[in-house]
Design a protein around this ligand. Structure first.
Ligand code: SAH
Length: 433
């Protein structure tokens, strides 16, 4: 299985290489010594990850070449817009028309688009988002893996099932050997080219240990590594970047500072945003976003969240529904319905049509069986599969009944590929930009 298409190096200009994919040219940043024109490489998120032997690359490309263009045809067919839709207000049509010309809606306009509960109106908003995804990013869908290395956490976030509120939860911390074995399996056996390492805020994994793990991964199992250990401090972010991490996944959770303060005792939105801003300056690819449907949150807040994610240079937008979790202060509240989540996915795509990946999150998949299919048809173009060893997955209990909590990695891959195939999406990303 392959989550990146091999590209062929066409030109090298210092650290930038021009990569050819079936005639399409993209750029990638290269840190590998001795790369020459004609070499085959894997790239992810705009970085060259690994050089691959020509026979291996040519074999994979031969398989892909046939399906690549077939899938694009299916996707194109499913992405056509029905502009004849009746009963849509002139103002909505104007905003959507402008969006299709590459002019994203202003905040007030997005609010107006998303405030509606009318299914015909919303359907047109979702379809426009899907059209934009198709227009600018074609049929590529990112398939990242996530490895949850520890569920210890020193924070008391009111919604979170692994926060210190949840006293009854059995805790685990994977050893370095276990982490490396899981990464090896994900990269070497299943072909993941991008992996997120995530945990609670756990001082039990020292920064030295994390550096060593990331360095070893870089040497032995090349992949684009995203770290997601929460607010580890700016210095530590830099250390892990220097060790080879190239992505930072951290949601700001909500852009409303008062709501943030209520839900995160002892933490501030300002510190969280500082981490995200400094990480971007260091060169990290940013995945960020927030929770949708928090008690006390308004649609204005959520629209502000979408714009904040854009302002923070989100490479990938990650928004998920708040799901009530036993043992936490918010256990008694209700989550939003499916269409509120689809609004956020479409909203993210409308404001950032040309570049962004928009993730269909596991929490959304937990909320709705149709999340992936509907989300991918409303502007989404990314999914994450869980590669945490199964004995630990259940304990990473952010909320109950998490989607994919017991499926084998192979089953998750098979289901994903089948769904993507039915939508004309290719389970791969061209890697270079
Ligand atoms: N310590 C890391 C990882 C936190 S857990 C960090 O601080 O970034 C990953 C994400 O799970 C959180 O950012 C939060 O948005 C989400 N999450 C936690 N509890 C949740 C719940 N009850 N419902 C939905 N998502 C939740």
């Amino acid at each position: 299985m392959c989550y990146a298409i091999p590209g062929r190096v066409k030109e090298i200009l210092e650290k930038t290489v021009l990569v050819d994919y079936f005639g399409e040219e993209r750029k990638a940043h290269n840190e590998i010594d001795g790369l020459t024109v004609g070499d085959y490489i894997y790239a992810q998120g705009g970085y060259v990850i690994e050089k691959i032997p020509a026979p291996e690359a040519e074999e994979i490309l031969a398989v892909w070449k046939e399906t690549f263009f077939e899938l694009q045809e299916v996707d194109l067919r499913l992405s056509r817009l029905d502009l004849e839709t009746k009963g849509i207000g002139a103002e909505t049509v104007r905003i959507l028309d402008r969006a299709m010309e590459g002019k994203p809606p202003a905040k007030e306009e997005l609010l107006q688009l998303l405030r509606s509960e009318d299914p015909t109106h919303l359907d047109l908003v979702f379809k426009t988002a899907n059209f934009l995804r198709q227009k600018y990013l074609k049929n590529a869908c990112c398939v990242h893996g996530i490895l949850e290395i520890s569920n210890h956490c020193k924070q008391g976030c009111h919604y979170c099932g692994i926060s210190l509120h949840h006293k009854a939860l059995p805790r685990y911390r994977m050893t370095q050997e276990e982490i490396l074995a899981a990464v090896q399996e994900a990269v070497k056996r299943y072909g993941f080219k991008a992996l997120v390492l995530q945990s609670g805020e756990d001082p039990g994994h020292s920064v030295e240990e994390l550096e060593e793990i990331i360095r070893t991964i870089g040497r032995e199992f090349p992949a684009l590594i995203f770290i997601s250990f929460g607010e580890i401090g700016i210095d530590n972010l830099k250390r892990l970047y220097d060790a080879g991490a190239r992505g930072f996944l951290m949601r700001f959770e909500t852009s409303n500072p008062e709501l943030y303060a209520k839900l995160h005792p002892g933490q501030t939105l300002a510190t969280r945003l500082e981490h995200l801003r400094k990480a971007y300056e260091m060169g990290y690819l940013i995945i960020t976003g927030g929770l949708v449907g928090l008690p006390g949150q308004t649609l204005e807040d959520i629209v502000n969240d979408i714009y904040l994610a854009r302002e923070l240079h989100a490479e990938m937008f990650s928004f998920g529904p708040f799901l009530p979790s036993p043992g936490t202060p918010l256990a008694g509240f209700k989550p939003v319905n499916e269409s509120e989540m689809l609004k956020v996915i479409a909203g993210a795509r409308l404001v950032e049509p040309t570049e962004a990946r928009v993730l269909i999150t596991t929490a959304f998949e937990t909320l709705s069986k149709e999340a992936r299919r509907k989300g991918l048809l409303a502007g989404g173009n990314s999914v994450m599969l869980n590669v945490t060893p199964r004995q630990y997955r259940e304990k990473y209990a952010l909320y109950p009944d998490r989607a994919g909590k017991s499926e084998l990695i192979q089953t998750q891959i098979d289901e994903t590929i089948a769904l993507l195939g039915s939508l004309g999406r290719s389970p791969t990303d061209l890697g270079a930009k």
